[in-house]
Design a protein around this ligand. Sequence first.
Ligand SMILES: *Cc1c(COP(=O)(O)O)cnc(C)c1O
Length: 362
Amino acid sequence: MNHLNFSGGPGVLPETVLAQAQQAIALVPETGLSILGISHRSEWFAGVVAEAERNIRELLQLPDSHAVLFLQGGASLQFSMIPMLLLRGTAKTAEYLRTGYWSGKAIPEATLEGQVRVVWDGAASGFRRLPGAEELSCSADAAYFHYVSNETVEGLQFHEIPGNDAVPRVCDMSSDFLSRPFDPRRFDLIYAHAQKNLGPAGVTVVVIRRDLLEKAPAGLPALLDYRSHLNAHSIYNTPPVFAIYVVLLVTRWLLNEIGGLENMAALNRKKAALLYQAIDASAGFYQGWADHANRSLMNVVFKLGTPELEGAFLKQAGERGFSGLAGHRSLGGIRASIYNAMTLPAVEALAAFMEEFRRAPC
Ligand SMILES: *Cc1c(COP(=O)(O)O)cnc(C)c1O
């Protein structure tokens, strides 16, 4: 059942968006063609890219100092493109926070391009918490500062923006982009692939301060050079037309049906509170992974007493139509991902199931 898809990614999408996407595969009325066969050089598609960008700008209140790009290669390619732009050929050091699985994947890619310093490493605390500002000694002349706003695997989310405003701030927002408002002027580069919160896999949204591009080193391959994509309005080579169209539909949904990021954040807080309440009221039957202060509103990660009990939980949940609840392969346990499109009634149903299972686990 689609609406009970608690998968960590690709994640659930709004029903109204799925219906429109289905219609577009059959026929886009303005063009008389299926979206799967529409030219990426058509006027119609240029309009799709332009409106998707406008909507993201409106949702974020993004100033013109920042460009919006639609790229391929997922978040993982950004792990490389960012140090290629900002670290290659400099004598400076890039500073990274290692707070979980995904930031841990970004760091080795940066070391291929230059000096990297891990400012804080969560391994010592088992990736159960995030650092407070007082624990971070960021330098004032780093090439850039990189962190992951929401560690999707461990369910850890920053509720304040870390780092030094004097240093370019780079953030992987793949699993919480457009889930809450924030001040985009405090960021120099934000990236978020679509498949957790924005649309299907295949497109990655990049928000980049235009003046960062002045630092680009010579000799970058065109496809790995943000300037190629900026100059070509994200149509440098054949882009994922369908994926970008679905991102457009999701931004329309956020603007018109949800009413903006404040409303989205309020709903997300309400959904997360239901599940954390079920954990906290369970007298240790469910054990939340993250420290309370760093709990994610997108990925609720918890364990049960034994692997057998977790197996029984997943089996019964599956029989009730819940899917995608198994924890990430690196961590085990249970992970309920409650991205933007996950509805309140679906989360209520999961919280009720958790309560029921706790009372009669087998
Ligand atoms: C899923 C995820 C990634 C990996 O993204 P790909 O598009 O598969 O490369 C990177 N960062 C975060 C925070 C993620 O949640």
